[in-house]
Design a protein around this ligand. Structure first.
Ligand code: ADP
Ligand code: ZN
Ligand code: MG
Length: 476
């Protein structure tokens, strides 16, 4: 039997506010355990939460970027459960009346465009962290720095039909959140967390199959792997006459399998109810339109503009707009040297490779847009050859120096002086009488040999077009 895969994602994104959602403690990552805490986020008796306005601002921004309807009124709810990293015994979240509804996100997989529905986005506070020391002490430690850090949960419709679509949805979503500056999207540090709901059904069947929720997918490359594993597991189960049971399974990244964590019967009953400590959240049209005006140009629109304005291929435009900072870098460089395709080539090959090797972000690039533009200009003007430019670029990366300085210091200027080139050609011809005789006897392939010898003699600094032209003359 042929099956179709159905996937819906629930993504938690940590917002980039300086302080927590209901108190003024810092959200900084990497502080000493329990350093960023106060009576509110420790859940001590008698305290009251005070909503951080910036959290709402960022959520509206994300909601608008994801084409949601922003609700003029939304409600805070208590999600009750007992766990040592949750000192209050409940998490403040939104439940029946979330802030954003009915959005969507466009993806493209192998040239096939598709719109994925976003059911809702709601705000909530994060829980703390337990650190289990199974060494000598055999103790568990509680770190509440993360308790009260603001999150948004973005719930998709079950609209995805393959792990590739799910991966693409997550990449697009991450890109949009980063473009808006509301989340850094770092999955390894946990600022972006993804739960995947997966089911299968016979092709042609309109009813959904029983879904399994996959948790603990803590890196980008595991999203597709975890889903693929789970789809295979479900197919095998059905093939052997088993029923899929509704359950939560954990992805084990070292063994690359999913394992049952709890079934539907063991599912938590969170006993949601409206939080009596917080009034309903009312948002006026004016605030929404102010934020709408702040929205940056997003990747898809930017890529379209790049192809139209700079006449670069669609592929280039797509790569250059994956990150806002990269797109800005490109546009700044083009501002200094109006050679968009050449600049794009340098960014997509040399620069991105260099950044990847050194594990740096575009913002930390040792080569600034102005310097890269200057390098391209020096090639265009014929001061250096494209080949020499690559070694100059490596030097720029290593030393942070500008290209003019490096070219001058290392004496790399391209030689376009005909007299000087002819002198070298004469020498090379005189040094290789055998090859000359063979060439004259009709072995045309040896022309390349002569070019190579001349370039070698000139330490790669001969103007290649001139070298070719003059050699042809001399050898004819
Ligand atoms: P729950 O009540 O268990 O939280 P929801 O209906 O709220 O379930 O859906 C949670 C997530 O699961 C959503 O992202 C949704 O798109 C997805 N989902 C729902 N039903 C299915 C299904 N049959 N197969 C795959 N994903 C599903
Ligand atoms: Zn606090
Ligand atoms: Mg639900």
């Amino acid at each position: 039997m042929e099956f179709e895969t159905v996937i819906g994602l629930e993504v938690h994104a940590q917002l980039l506010t300086k302080s927590k959602i209901f108190c003024s403690c810092s959200t900084q990552f990497g502080a000493k355990p329990n350093q960023n805490t106060c009576p509110v986020c420790l859940g001590l008796p008698g305290v009251l939460p005070v909503l951080n306005r910036q959290v709402v601002h960022y959520t509206i921004k994300a909601g608008l970027a994801l084409n949601c309807e922003i609700q003029k009124r939304s409600l805070w709810a208590r999600k009750n459960y007992f766990y040592p990293d949750l000192p209050k015994g409940y998490q403040i979240s939104q439940y029946e009346e979330p802030i954003c509804l009915r959005g969507y996100l466009d993806i493209s997989v192998e040239g096939h465009k598709k719109r994925i529905g976003i059911t809702r986005i709601h705000m909530e506070e994060d829980a703390g962290k337990l650190l289990h020391d199974f060494g000598d002490s055999n103790l568990s430690h509680v770190d509440l720095n993360r308790a009260g850090v603001p999150l948004i949960e973005i719930v998709s419709e079950p609209d995805m039909r393959s792990s590739a679509e799910a991966g693409e949805y997550l990449r697009q979503l991450r890109g949009i959140l980063r473009y808006c500056g509301v989340c850094d999207g770092n999955m390894e540090e946990g600022s972006l967390r993804c739960d995947a709901n997966v089911s299968i059904r016979p092709v042609g069947e309109s009813k959904f199959g029983t879904k399994v929720e996959l948790k603990n997918i803590n890196s980008f490359r595991y999203v597709e792997k975890a889903i693929d594993y789970e789809v295979e597991r479900q197919k095998n189960a059905l093939a052997s006459g088993e029923k899929i049971i509704q359950e939560t399974r954990l992805w084990d990244s070292s063994r690359e399998v999913t394992e049952s964590m709890r079934s539907k019967e063991e599912a938590h009953d969170y006993r949601y109810f409206p939080d009596p400590d917080l009034v309903p959240l009312l948002i006026d049209e004016e605030w929404i339109s102010t934020i709408r005006n702040e929205l940056p140009e997003l990747a898809i629109a930017k890529a379209e503009r790049f192809t139209a304005q700079y006449k670069i291929p669609e592929y280039d435009a797509q790569v250059l707009t994956t990150e806002k900072a990269l797109a800005d870098y490109f546009e700044q460089a083009v501002g200094f040297c109006n050679q968009p395709k050449k600049i794009s080539n340098w960014i997509m090959t040399e620069l991105l490779r260099e950044l990847k090797n050194s594990g740096k972000e575009i913002g930390e690039s040792p080569v600034k847009p102005k310097e890269l533009a200057r390098l391209v200009q020096l090639i265009e003007e014929g001061t250096i050859s494209g080949k020499i430019a690559k070694t100059v670029f490596e030097d720029m990366v290593g030393t942070g120096q500008n290209p003019d300085f490096i070219i001058k210091e290392k004496n790399l200027v391209q030689v376009s002086d005909t007299g000087a080139i002819e002198k070298v050609i004469d020498k090379v011809i005189a040094d290789n009488p055998q090859q000359l005789a063979q060439y004259k006897a009709g072995k045309d392939k040896l022309f390349g040999f002569f070019v190579g010898q001349v370039m070698k003699e000139m330490k790669g600094q001969g103007n290649p077009a001139l070298v070719n032209e003059l050699l042809k003359k001399k050898l004819s």
